[in-house]
Design a protein around this ligand. Structure first.
Ligand SMILES: NC(=O)c1ccc[n+]([C@@H]2O[C@H](COP(=O)([O-])OP(=O)(O)OC[C@H]3O[C@@H](n4cnc5c(N)ncnc54)[C@H](OP(=O)(O)O)[C@@H]3O)[C@@H](O)[C@H]2O)c1
Length: 347
């Protein structure tokens, strides 16, 4: 099978490319040429900007993709450009979406009011009712956040009769090359020998979907090669979502950290989100319908991420709901840290 990736040279794309090549497929990536990645020998490259896919139609036609995978459809315009260009060129489109399409996510980020949404979220759970969740943080109409929304992307992809689409809703992905450095703030604390990590009590119990980059890539590859995925939507996530405290403990075990995880009363640590709204996803459908299963042992996945984080320490750390050490020590001194109910040691 010939597979064309729109994007493909940053984080998940190279893992997907390696996976598809390993399965014996022919792969080409389309990107601007700004992001460098080591891709397997024989992977084709078509350079251009996705805002002008039309100008590369001849090259797309020469490659003759069976399936086009859009790694970077962020706006309705992106999705419209994709279907217009590929409806006559490819048999199927697979689009990488996100768990942020769910109404629960809107509640979590405080973008939509209402009661707590039940989780784990299935593909049939309600979507957000309000579009453009990050527009409030956009600096103007040209800002990425102004037009970002995967809901209109999904509508276009699933509504196109001549290019059957598949939508994959991704979790929070970790692994070597993670552009969001999701583990780095915890690893730094542990490597600095911090005696305790303090989490807001609600955040400690918060559940979100996670996945290791190689496994997420494998899930995408599964949907690429299997026509049963046509016109279907799939959540991609680990089978059971840990709470944040459980996740920190697992990282700690992998790092060899023996400190404590302590709960601070809600309100003591400023948080921009509503941590009483879980956003964990049920990934049963892709497992049942496409026989997807992770292939990386969880301990190995975490060890790979940690090794990469240690070898590539970020200059700035962005840990959700984490304080600087001085403030953390002050709070720990105040709330105790080993006795409940305030300052309850969690794990
Ligand atoms: N990481 C997560 O935790 C997470 C969670 C949920 C969903 N997702 C979804 O995963 C996808 C991104 O994954 P990734 O970053 O790993 O993707 P990737 O496909 O590995 O990398 C992004 C690619 O897009 C190319 N690109 C950027 N702007 C372009 C443009 N205007 N025209 C052509 N090419 C362009 C980049 O290359 P050049 O710079 O060379 O152009 C690069 O190849 C997104 O759809 C995101 O919403 C990720």
């Amino acid at each position: 099978m010939r597979v064309l990736l729109i994007g493909g040279t940053n984080f998940i794309g190279p893992a997907l490319t390696r996976r598809l090549v390993g399965m014996g497929h022919e792969v080409a990536v389309f990107h601007r040429g700004r992001t460098r990645a080591e891709l397997p020998v024989g992977v084709g490259r078509i350079l251009g900007d996705r805002r002008d896919l039309g100008s590369r139609v001849d090259e797309f036609r020469r490659f003759a993709p069976d399936v086009v995978v859009d790694m970077i459809a962020f706006t309705e315009g992106d999705a419209l450009g994709l279907v217009e260009t590929f409806r006559a060129l490819a048999r199927r489109a697979v689009v990488v979406s996100s768990g942020d399409v769910y109404r629960a996510y809107g509640r979590f980020i405080g973008f939509e009011d209402g009661p707590i949404e039940p989780t784990p979220l299935t593909e049939d759970s309600p979507s957000r009712e309000v579009l453009f969740p990050f527009r409030p943080r956009a600096e103007g109409p040209d800002d990425f956040f102004f037009s970002y929304d995967k809901i209109p992307v999904e509508r276009v992809i699933l509504g196109e009769p001549d290019l059957p689409g598949t939508v994959l809703r991704l979790p929070m992905v970790h692994g070597p090359g993670d552009p969001y450095r999701r583990l780095s703030a915890y690893i730094r604390r542990m490597d600095d020998g911090r005696p305790a990590i303090v989490l807001d009590e609600a955040m400690a119990g918060w559940k979100c979907p996670r996945g290791y980059v190689e496994d997420v890539a494998a899930a995408i590859a599964t949907a690429v090669v299997d026509d049963r995925a046509e016109r279907r939507v799939y959540n991609v996530a680990e089978r059971d979502s840990l709470t944040e405290a459980g996740w920190v403990r697992r990282i700690g075990e992998a790092v060899g950290w023996r400190g404590r995880i302590v709960a601070a009363p809600v309100g003591r640590i400023p948080l921009p989100y509503h941590m009483n709204q879980d956003v964990d996803m049920d990934s049963g459908r892709i497992r049942r319908e496409l026989d997807y299963a992770e292939t990386t042992p969880p301990d190995e996945a975490l060890a790979m991420t940690i090794a990469w984080e240690r070898a590539n320490p970020p200059t700035t750390l962005h840990g959700l709901g984490l304080l600087d050490y001085e403030a953390e020590d002050e709070l720990l001194g105040e709330i105790g840290g080993d006795r409940g109910p305030v300052g309850r040691q969690l794990l």
